[in-house]
Design a protein around this ligand. Sequence first.
Ligand SMILES: Cc1ncc(COP(=O)(O)O)c(C=O)c1O
Length: 378
Amino acid sequence: MKVPQLDLKAQYALLREEIEAAILRVLRSQKFILGEEVEGLEREIAAYTGSAHAVACASGTDALLLALMALDVGPGDEVITSPFTFFSTAGCIHRLGAKPVFVDIDPQTFDLNLNELPRRINSRTRAIVPVHLYGRLAPMAEILEMAAHCQVPVVEDAAQALGARSGGCMAGAFGAMGCYSFYPTKNLGGAGDGGLVVTSDARLAERMRRLRAHGSEGAYHHSEVGLNSRLDEIQAAVLRVKLGCLEGWNRARQEHAAAYTRALDGAVRTPAPAPGGSHVYHQYVIRTPDRGGLRRRLAERGVETAVYYPAPLHQQKCFAYLGHRAGDFPEAEAAAREVLALPIYPELTGEARDYVAGVVTEWAAVRAAPARFEHLRI
Ligand SMILES: Cc1ncc(COP(=O)(O)O)c(C=O)c1O
């Protein structure tokens, strides 16, 4: 059986008519930038996440950049984040001339280690950027409490977690600002790049609206230098169609994840339990010290997998100037060696999922077999 890691064509097949009609609507209007569709999407995501304001932009990366710019992050500042995340979380901090300060992760959840976090906060800290990695909500109550104590704003990197929630509050809506990505593979993915920031602070929202349009206050008058980072009308129209499906899609992901965990517990390290809707399983990530062996076996059996992420950020060449060494963030380094993302998407069939789980459990059983079965080892 062939099981892709993600199958966007299956999703498109279900929504083709609506998506194509939405795109046609924009083409016929000939309004492509910051029109009714973007306004509609901003309104709908603000309502969905329980935020007062939403500011759409060109990518999740730009969403983070705009949020940090709105806080005046710049040279001499430090911003705390995870070394085990997609590159842009730290890339945006660097691009503003500030220093990314890493805090190792909790090995169970991949979130910032709460014991280490307070030790990294100092007078230069301008923001804390927790990442809801793989779609799992970070421990926001604890992070917000520490941040409030030190009067440091929290910008959530919720790129992978739109729809995750706890105690009635959505990922992205806990901190001063929350940033989402609509990259096509995300739980809510566009037909190209896209991003959005939510906030309940009207002043921050207004500043980000200016910053996404070259810092202009009215045409051709610039109070500061911003970006050209607007969401296209076509993207917004597509995303509005898909937004209506997001809750159902996230539930389907949760059901697949629960079934995987039931089947795989004991065979490999499965994701830590996540109460309620606090995990939307953008990725279902297992861990094993022999990731290469398992990955090869899955590939032989037609199952596509992915590694998010094979190298932690403190070991990236571009951050060598930070002076980190191997061993500085041991949990992030171990995760980078061991994590493996199995196929998960709403349209995945139960049969395909059970087939994947079967390949994993069979591989694990052979590996665990006593030495007299050594010849059977992979
Ligand atoms: C955790 C995280 N942060 C930021 C981003 C950046 O989003 P984008 O690719 O839309 O720029 C992504 C998406 O890839 C992500 O997964």
